[in-house]
Ligand binder design. Structure first.
Ligand SMILES: Cc1cc2nc3c(=O)[nH]c(=O)nc-3n(C[C@H](O)[C@H](O)[C@H](O)COP(=O)(O)OP(=O)(O)OC[C@H]3O[C@@H](n4cnc5c(N)ncnc54)[C@H](O)[C@@H]3O)c2cc1C
Length: 454
């Protein structure tokens, strides 16, 4: 595992202190910059941060490489939304020769470690067999475990980094030795760059962290039976069409709104949804429950940053539920049988490890990308437009595409005018924006027909 700061804002403390002083000094920042020293900058930052005005440290950005980290860490990391990520894709890269992270628990237990290795060999050889059969890696990946090594390039500002460090060292990441270790490696490097910002995690990160424990105490019956529906629209802004049109008009006039709405609602919403800065759409939101989402696709959903995703903790994923076997495998009788057999064996391994007291911080490393969970998310209509643009597209992975289309059908029922133009980018823009990666099978005329008739 490698954790390395690749680059960062030059003179981060000076830049942040200059930012802080800009709010209360009359003198122009360019003049103050000439007189600024590192000592003065640290003094200013210390004082301003002690008031709880931490936004000033968002001016310092860090580019970080996480290499050879598990998918557990990967998922934990990308749940931090105020950041940018690029990740080695399991849809495009063949993982046949990629290694796995070995959880610390196995290190001094040779017998269990051997069994773990055995399971890894079984899963990897199954993956290779599927790939060699000519099935796409994006389908084969469903049998990959959550401990496969991932590579991530991440950019985060100092404030979000403090949240991340807190989560790694004191929060829900702490119980995973890998995450704790990564947090420490990162912390050490960051403190060398800026002790004044990064030495004070606990002063800045205030508040209780007991929510899940307290909630779990209240629950007497754990009933994990979920709906058969893949997507449920739980809550939404009522009369969203009306609200968006009304808000759009309010910017221009406080009178005549009712009259204008009666005659022009459709036109007003068309004007808004055709505009690149459709901020009015952010005023209406939709809460969904997505049932039986594979862990492999959870990462695709989590990568969208402008929504409020609530997922169960790794330790609460329910492994008894169905395993998602992709169509690409189901369509091949031999591979379908192979995968079903492997899942059966995998369940036996899980049973064995549980009988041998595998701790709850280690079990998730054995989860498979095809294991499923239920999640809840709330998106506003503007983010939904973007989500549909990307995820209803033929280039998106089929599982998230099916979810996106399902979501679109639901929201079109309750806000038909707002979502009339929502769909893949070709439907919205009138042409494909994917350029030379547009799938050959993609028939834009057909797609446009399908989405207008939906
Ligand atoms: C077909 C396909 C293939 C993909 N392949 C890969 C891959 O191989 N590897 C990989 O790592 N990812 C991949 N992704 C994920 C992709 O890179 C995005 O991370 C993901 O789709 C989220 O979309 P987004 O970043 O456009 O917007 P969101 O995160 O949904 O945010 C919405 C909008 O808000 C703005 N925004 C949000 N955060 C920021 C920010 N920090 N700075 C500036 N603007 C911001 C942007 O305008 C953005 O479009 C793929 C996605 C698709 C659809």
């Amino acid at each position: 595992m490698r954790v390395e700061i690749l680059g960062y804002t030059p003179n981060p403390e000076i830049v942040c202190a200059l930012g802080a002083q800009t709010s209360y000094k009359e003198e122009d920042p360019s003049l103050r910059l000439e007189k600024m020293t590192i000592e003065k900058a640290r003094k200013t930052l210390k004082r301003v941060m002690s008031y709880g005005h931490v936004s000033v440290i968002e001016h310092a950005n860090f580019n970080i490489l996480f290499e050879g980290v598990s998918s557990i860490f990967h998922q934990f990391l990308i749940e931090h939304r105020l950041a940018s990520y690029t990740i080695r894709s399991k849809r495009y890269v063949d993982f046949s020769n990629i290694k796995q992270v070995v959880p610390e628990f196995f290190e001094d237990k040779p017998k269990l470690k051997k069994k773990y290795k055995e399971l890894m060999d079984l899963l990897l050889s199954t993956y290779r067999t599927i790939v060699q059969k000519g099935i796409r890696v994006e389908e084969a990946r469903f049998v990959l475990p959550y401990c496969m090594e991932d590579n991530i390039v991440c950019t985060m500002n100092a404030r979000e980094l403090l949240h991340l460090l807190y989560a790694c060292l004191y929060g829900h990441g702490k119980k995973y030795p890998e995450i704790f270790k990564i947090g420490n490696k990162l912390w050490k490097q960051l403190k060398e760059i800026s002790p004044i910002i990064f030495d004070n995690i606990l002063i800045i990160e205030k508040g209780k962290d007991e929510k899940e424990k307290q909630l779990r105490k209240l629950v007497t019956k754990i009933n994990k039976k979920t709906s058969d529906k893949k997507v449920q629209l739980l809550y939404y802004t009522e009369n969203a069409d009306d609200k968006v049109a009304r808000i759009a008009l309010m910017k221009h006039s406080q009178s005549e709104i009712d009259d204008l709405l009666k005659k022009n609602k459709e036109k007003i919403i068309e004007i808004v949804t055709n505009n690149r800065r459709a901020r009015e759409l952010e005023n209406v939101s939709f809460t969904f429950k997505i049932n039986g989402l594979s862990l492999g696709t959870l990462t695709h959903l989590t990568r969208h940053r402008i929504h409020n995703l609530v997922t169960p903790y790794f330790t609460e994923y329910d492994l008894n539920k169905e395993f998602l076997i992709p169509k690409g495998i189901k369509n091949d009788e031999e591979m379908y049988k192979l995968v079903k057999d492997v899942i059966k064996k995998w369940r036996e391994y899980i049973k064995f490890f549980k009988q041998n007291d595998i701790p709850e911080n280690t079990l998730p490393y054995l989860y498979l990308q095809g294991n499923v969970i239920d999640v809840i998310t709330t998106m506003d209509a503007r983010e939904l437009y973007h989500f549909f643009n990307l995820r209803c597209c033929e280039r998106a992975h089929w599982e998230i595409r099916e979810i996106a289309i399902n979501l679109l059908k639901r929201v079109r029922k309750v806000a038909p005018l707002i979502f009339k133009k929502a769909g893949p980018s070709c439907y919205y823009w009138g042409y494909c924006i994917e350029g030379d990666v547009k799938p050959e099978s993609c028939n834009i005329v057909e797609i446009k027909k399908r989405f207008s008739a939906m």
